[in-house]
Design a protein around this ligand. Structure first.
Ligand code: AMP
Ligand code: MG
Length: 405
């Protein structure tokens, strides 16, 4: 196998990340916005809460009136009335008095603390307070949760259920988000048949098309599958033409420089440019990245293991860019290796692992497999990266596991 020049994984990522992305915006209802990427900073148009609220069931009072109150020396306050939840407080609290209220009710003018019901004894139309309070105790002040004008969510952030709750709290039924990028996916190979067909002896079912489509789906992209191309420059070029309107094209199979691998030729024949052909990684070395019609195009290796790994390490970072996502953090967990992981020095290697928790410690075991094995992903919890300059890890070493999401 011959490569133009295999780039290192960091060189590959630098080239991929230098791709200019300018995603369009659209407005969607917040309940359709889960996991979408915010296209603008969101500022609160008002103070939240919009009025001071009680955090407990009890009596709103003037803290100066109960200084020194304790169980053995309670202080008396007259009950001036009650403020019901959901109603505006119309009374102004008088000296030496208190007002009954429940959690969430409005604090009346003049009150600066709320004593919990538990620290109060009823005494006719008065109460005995058995505890001193500090000013502001048990009150959530106006704007204390979210101040008017504060940025509550930042542009580029991925909306969580909690973010959507906060948006409803500030009165935003809809938000601007980036449009989902659409990826065009193509499988190639004379031997590949769709899952619905019984493969004749000698042929195999398409795996990559489905793995790629679902990795995209799980990472916030829409996907159009353009079917299975044959091993010829013409057939691959034809499929690429169909995918022309996509924001990103992803092909698999035929990406190496063997005799029967036509992908790079198909891209260049259509006027595209190959930016790199080969990354110094295992699995996944025969990877193509190029530009066609101004759009990024990936040629992934056909081996399902290699294809999925390159998707995760190199395609998803570009996808996040095309989505307008900022501040993404990979999900990682540290653990202790239960056996050695040997590796060839001089190449960055991805080793799938299982993770087992025993008494609060996390044990990591490699799952060794050939790059053609499709079973090794099933059951693995993630993978460990052995950097280019390292010839493996030893048993009991602490390693970081990149977790599958
Ligand atoms: P290639 O990269 O085309 O040389 O393919 C490498 C290996 O991956 C071969 O054994 C192919 O049969 C297999 N392969 C290629 N494409 C797919 C696919 N879409 N699904 C499953 N296996 C594939
Ligand atoms: Mg092939």
């Amino acid at each position: 196998m011959e490569f133009l020049k295999a780039v290192s994984s960091s060189e590959a990522l630098a080239m991929i990340n230098s791709f200019r992305a300018d995603p369009e915006k659209e407005t969607v209802a917040i309940n359709d916005a889960l996991h979408r990427i915010l296209a603008e900073d969101i500022l609160s148009p008002e103070d939240i809460p919009p009025f001071p609220r009680s955090l407990v069931d009890g009596f709103a009072l003037k803290v100066k009136d109960i200084q020194g109150a304790k169980e053995t020396a309670p202080l008396f306050l007259y009950v001036q009335g009650e403020i019901r939840i959901g109603e505006a407080a119309s009374v102004e609290l008088e000296d030496g008095k208190c007002v009954y209220l429940t959690t969430g009710a409005m604090i009346p003018e003049g009150a600066d603390g709320v004593v919990m019901q538990e620290f109060v004894r009823a005494a006719g139309d008065a109460i005995e307070v058995t505890k001193t309070l500090h000013r502001g105790e048990n009150i959530c002040f106006r704007g204390e949760d979210i101040a008017k004008g504060a940025v509550i969510l930042k542009k580029g952030g991925r909306l969580s259920p909690f973010d959507i709750g906060a948006l409803s709290g500030i009165g935003r039924p809809a938000v601007p988000v980036y449009k989902l990028p659409v990826a065009g996916v193509i499988s190639t190979g004379d031997e590949i048949v769709p899952v619905e067909e019984a493969p004749p002896f000698g042929k195999i079912r398409d795996i990559n098309g489905h793995t790629i489509a679902n990795l995209l789906k799980g990472n916030g992209a829409a996907c159009t599958f353009f079917g299975i191309g044959k091993d010829s420059v013409g057939s691959i070029a034809e499929k690429l033409q169909l995918a022309r309107a996509s924001d990103l094209m992803i092909l698999s199979g035929g990406s190496s420089k063997g005799q029967r691998d036509y992908m790079a030729d198909a891209i260049t024949r259509l006027g595209g440019e190959i930016l790199f052909h080969g990354i110094n990684i295992k699995p996944g070395k025969p990877t193509i990245f190029g530009k066609l019609w101004g759009k990024p195009v990936f040629g992934l290796p056909g081996h399902p293991n290699s294809c999925a790994m390159v998707m995760m390490r190199f395609v998803l970072p570009l996808l996040r860019k095309l989505k307008g996502e900022e501040g993404y953090r990979e999900k990682k967990a540290a653990g202790i290796l239960s056996t050695n992981i040997p590796s060839t020095s001089g190449i960055e290697e991805y080793v799938k692992v299982t993770v087992r928790e025993v008494d609060g410690d996390r044990y990591v075991s490699p799952v060794f497999s050939k790059s053609s094995a499709i079973s090794s992903f099933v059951g693995a919890s993630g993978y460990v990266i052995v950097p280019e300059g390292k010839d493996g890890y030893e048993k009991d070493e602490r390693v970081e596991v990149y977790l599958f999401e």
